[in-house]
Design a protein around this ligand. Structure first.
Ligand SMILES: [Zn+2]
Length: 238
């Protein structure tokens, strides 16, 4: 199969997508959550060399695919009184208070109270909560941007907050736009900071090359630990 510099080979029955680019070294990625295997290779690399490279990484690929399979997110959040709701890494109990004229969210000790109109359907309460969490996240991101833009010597054109099933964030380097998962309101703020700095670093370096990680490491020396801790949270639980 061939489409514009891209070819698919088979490694013991597992498809491997190979892209030829103007790069110096070969890279291999296992893409979550399905564990697709992608290889970027320098233009002109013989297919046999690519195949040998994939085979040499076989053990690593299998291990990676296995660990990613365990990371497939849990079922999405269901609004219900008494259910746990995580905000900035802290667990709250969801409680609804119905009353006329007042919509919004309030934190009271370990309770997260959603104020809704009398008889409001579940979907509406969920929406109030979702909007509020998005506002909290937006404010936190604004603050972080004001800190990190000058440090990293770049300007982000826009940050949009979206519900995403499998990713915490993404970046379009050419447009300097970043998308963040609204579920980031659940994680401790330093993990949000890691995701944002990671996506900002993509503006300098679009791939996950060693150079990319050295940029992240220069700004956040503890990034490995943050990345590991992030796995305790589900990107689908917005
Ligand atoms: Zn990345």
């Amino acid at each position: 199969m061939k489409k514009r510099g891209r070819q698919t080979i088979s490694m013991e029955g597992i498809p491997v997508e190979v892209t030829f680019k103007a790069i110096k070294n070969m890279y291999l990625r296992v893409v979550p959550p399905l564990g697709e295997i992608r290889i970027s290779a320098p233009r002109g690399t013989p297919m046999e060399t690519v195949r040998q490279f994939a085979l040499s990484k076989r053990q690593w690929i299998l291990r990676k695919r296995l660990s990613q399979a365990e990371e497939i997110p849990a079922s999405p959040f269901r609004y219900m009184d008494g259910v746990g709701c995580t905000l900035w890494g802290r667990e709250y109990h969801l409680r609804t208070e119905e009353g006329a004229g007042k919509e919004g969210v309030e934190l009271d000790g370990s309770d997260l109270i959603v104020h809704a109109l009398p008889g409001a359907p579940e979907g509406q309460k969920k929406e109030i909560l979702h909007r509020w969490r998005k506002e909290q996240l937006f404010r936190a991101v604004e603050l972080l941007l004001s800190r990190w833009e000058p440090r990293m010597g770049l300007k982000v054109a826009s940050v949009s907050l979206r519900q995403m099933k499998t990713r915490w964030g993404s970046c379009t380097p050419s447009k300097r736009t970043i998308r963040l998962n609204t579920a980031l309101a659940s994680v401790p703020e330093e993990l949000l900071e890691y995701v944002l700095v990671h996506e900002m670093a993509h503006i300098h370096q679009p791939n996950h090359s060693p150079l990319f990680w050295s940029i992240v490491g220069e700004h956040l020396p503890g990034w490995r630990n943050s990345r590991k801790r992030l796995r305790a949270y589900s990107p689908e639980k917005a």
